[in-house]
Write a protein that binds this ligand. Sequence first.
Ligand SMILES: NC(=O)c1ccc[n+]([C@@H]2O[C@H](COP(=O)([O-])OP(=O)(O)OC[C@H]3O[C@@H](n4cnc5c(N)ncnc54)[C@H](OP(=O)(O)O)[C@@H]3O)[C@@H](O)[C@H]2O)c1
Length: 380
Amino acid sequence: MNQPPKFAAGLGPADTAVSPAGTGGRAIPSAEPAGHGARAIQGATARVAVLGASGYTGQEFIRLALDHPGIELAALLSREHGGDPADAVLAGLDARARTLPAFADAAALGRLVADQAVDTIVACLPRGAFRELLTRDDALARSPVRMLDLSQDHRDGAEGFLYGLPEALRAWLNHAQRIANPGCYPTAATLALLPALESGWVADPVMVSALSGVSGAGRSGALRTSFVELDGGASIYRAGTEHAHVAEMARNFERLAGEPLRIGFTPQLAPMARGILLTATAPLTRAVAPAEARRVYQERFEHEPFVRLLDEGAWPETRAVRASNRCDIAVTTLHGGRTLLATAALDNLVKGAAGQAIQNLNLMLGWPEITGLPRHGSPW
Ligand SMILES: NC(=O)c1ccc[n+]([C@@H]2O[C@H](COP(=O)([O-])OP(=O)(O)OC[C@H]3O[C@@H](n4cnc5c(N)ncnc54)[C@H](OP(=O)(O)O)[C@@H]3O)[C@@H](O)[C@H]2O)c1
């Protein structure tokens, strides 16, 4: 199990450029990696098999990978769609733009790996399915093939998987063989609190509350996520300490703060397709003025390409980060500096899942971290 220490690593000054208007004149990371995407990769290609390719995160991964210069989508695997042409399953795909293989049966994975037709597995399966596959197939479990698991199965570090939150643990992820991609809520919560946790300011209980778009529940139909049950309302579910993401947040917070912190979590379902809007509050170990909190956050995230600290007085909104790999954050303190109020917005299918998976894959392959990833949101 990986036990990373605290990291305060940014991408470094080499990745910065002059800021455009509207960012307060700050230097921000360049939209282009040093040497620029395709040319920077020079010949290296990952031959990727996508498991669960028909689901929401699988389809989003494919959409992003199609524009990535180093990813060859070698196999699209599904239990139900084996033999179907890719454009018959993947909504929005223009098959004229890039040739994709037809969907193959999920059972073909072992042979594809044995034949070295793929060197990277991106598992976009429901909880338990990928872990079960590795338990059943010993040759696959022992194979040196790269594995990126989007489910929560290996986020505790099981089976040699490293926890893939680049902004916190980048130094551990370079050239990793197996990465467990973080959950969407824990990504938003951990980024919202990261500088405060690393600074040792945060006392408990940490209270986290978040709205989620319905794609967070996956593609399989359920009454609770049907249009009639959702339209015109919002609801709280599994509030308290019950949600599976509480344990993941607790692990992250403890790693970064160096001590365990009690957490309360109130997830909410909102009638929107994608997006997470999160608020975290916590008592502070000492009085921290709002300006100090902002300064520390600004310094910590200054060179992070996918984290934007909003200008004072501005608050995150889901539409601004929709379809981008960015997480927007705003922070202040209340009650004479004794309470932290940190907020975040991200797209659960991109920075919360498939985009972060590409970010991790870039690190695994030693490619510029921002290769192939959208920085800008698509609000409307
Ligand atoms: N949705 C999000 O916002 C989000 C964010 C972060 C992490 N995640 C995690 O990512 C994973 C995938 O989520 P998703 O939203 O993409 O789910 P999804 O839309 O339900 O898709 C999962 C796909 O896996 C396949 N599948 C379903 N049950 C299976 C089983 N028992 N064994 C093997 N394959 C099965 C299905 O494809 P076929 O029927 O074609 O095989 C299905 O399309 C989950 O573990 C989820 O927790 C999701």
